[in-house]
Ligand binder design. Sequence first.
Ligand SMILES: [Zn+2]
Ligand SMILES: [Zn+2]
Length: 235
Amino acid sequence: MSLNFTNSLFFRQKWPQQCFLCAAACRHDPLCVACQQELPRLTAPICAVCATPLADNAALCGACLRHPPAFTHTVAAWQYAWPLDRLIHAFKFHHQFSLLPVLAKPLLDRLRDQPAPDVLVPMPLHAQRLRQRGYNQALLLAQYLSRQMNLPVLKTACQRTRHTTEQTGLSRSERANNLRHAFICAATVRDRRIALVDDVMTSGSSAHWLAQALRDAGASSVNCWILARTPPNDA
Ligand SMILES: [Zn+2]
Ligand SMILES: [Zn+2]
């Protein structure tokens, strides 16, 4: 794959029959077969709780052993690494919605043998950020999974009540404190088994604090369904 992302965006917009990453001829999908096959799948061994890649076959990562998060289990399809990160960025910030099925189908495959939740809850954006971006990529992903799996989405059950400062550049503990009490959830989640849907899990703090808010509102269990997990050294 030779690629220049700026050029790829340009090609994608001008000639939609070309691969988003390498601009090779590509009749239907936004990515050619070669680029799809080279995308970085998340493979075992991974932590049973947060899906972070592990160096050995331990069941849990050190972070989950020391501080068990409020969610129980995480299913993820991809490593958040090049060039998958480019695809997620384009889907998340640049309206490249045709990439969603490419990103989500491998997650769907991994969810087939998972116990079905009662409802899907997308990671909410703060209202201010939603106005800036125009859409919530986690909601789009949840709606895609909802259609494929015939599960309901609780679109407005949870809100991000604090416009938290940018997480990038903060340490793990700073991120955790930054997000404490950032979410509130309605009573509609009571006694429900929840699948929390998001595009990327980095530190896991957002997922932890949303899961905690869901549990505080009476949810019976929370699992995370995410597209991509960051490598441990990025957390
Ligand atoms: Zn390609
Ligand atoms: Zn873990």
